[in-house]
Design a protein around this ligand. Sequence first.
Ligand code: HGY
Ligand code: MN
Ligand code: MN
Length: 426
Amino acid sequence: MQNKFGERNFLDSTERIQKQIDDLAEFNSTPGNGVTRVVYTQEDQQAKTYVKELMNDIGLEITEDAIGNIYGRFKGTDPTLSPIWSGSHLDAVPNGGKFDGVVGVLGAIEALRMIKDSGLRPKRDLVAVIFASEEPTRFGIGCLGSRALIGDLTEKDLKTLKDQGGQSLYDVMRQSGYSPEYLPEVVMHLGEIGAFIELHIEQGIVLERERKCIGLIHAIAAPTDIALTLEGEQQHAGATPMNLRKDPVPAAAEVILTVEKWAKENTSAHTVATVGRIDVQPGSSNVIADSVQITIDSRDVSWENKELFLSELRKTVEHICTRRGIKYDLKVKAHDKPMQAHPFVVQKLEESCSELMIDYKLMASGAYHDALMMAKIAPFGMIFVPSKNGISHDKREWTDLEYIGEGVKVLTHSLLKLANTTNFND
Ligand code: HGY
Ligand code: MN
Ligand code: MN
């Protein structure tokens, strides 16, 4: 394909992106200790307003849906063809980095800017999307914006999902100026979107180890998010003999070690499990706990493995709690299906890398992304750029600007290819 974009274009683009990444990092509730941007907070709204201005500056047609997904559209020449989408998220985990999600949002806007500035008018519309929220930080389930968009969230879910302060997602949405009562109007269906490409940092060490600057994703591991509450009997730490205790803390410890053992001994390279949060109540040193709440986040690219993990976990928890006289409540907040990238989209991404003479690696993603949800209604592909020392979800998160530039190059070329393809089975 004719290289319509000179090196100068991409140099300007990466300089713009570097400044935008730094500007966005200012919208942060933990300045000086990584970047934290939780959905439907002031910092989140500020970041979304900042990016809407970027979309406006390049003349994209901006719309926002009832729960806060934001769309910037560049019109193509043939309105009968479904649009090509690209984007990611702006929310950031507590004390995280400034690249996760942001690179995909800014990269999509830069790609549309360069295509627009080149004077090219592709057949299909191009849409840059910011999903309302991707991190599970506040409501315990990730990809809320894209999950709602594919119709996987009901109004009942919005009213059931609560944050640590006990506020429902529904109420928080309304307080933030959104209209969750119009949730059905957010939903899109198979066929309405031609294809979706997400540019994202790898968040792992593979690309750096193999000295590749681009990863093309063939599959995304999917999360199973569990909230487990263990209830014992609160008693005096000094006066209660060991044989009369119903202490939920050692019960939780047994569960946690069993979860780790199961994931470690499992065959699949992508079977992982993490206990990220432990809340002990009342949490005093001389009180035998009343209850323990833990989160369990397990991932796999194999659905069979995920199903096995969940059934084994249920049996393990039942066995430990029965033996210890502990009551428990196990809530499965998400049990998502791993997804394969669409061969045609991957082929276009590979063609772009070859034409741009950029070396790449085909790989799976251990992290999940909005692409995992979008896969249910559109052919998807993902472009990874390396994470320094494989670190992410931490203040040390870093991706060199030159790699981001290579990612934007591949994204721009691939969006153009897809936007000029009438039939994906060609
Ligand atoms: O947890 C994940 O995989 C994503 O970064 N939210
Ligand atoms: Mn993340
Ligand atoms: Mn992300």
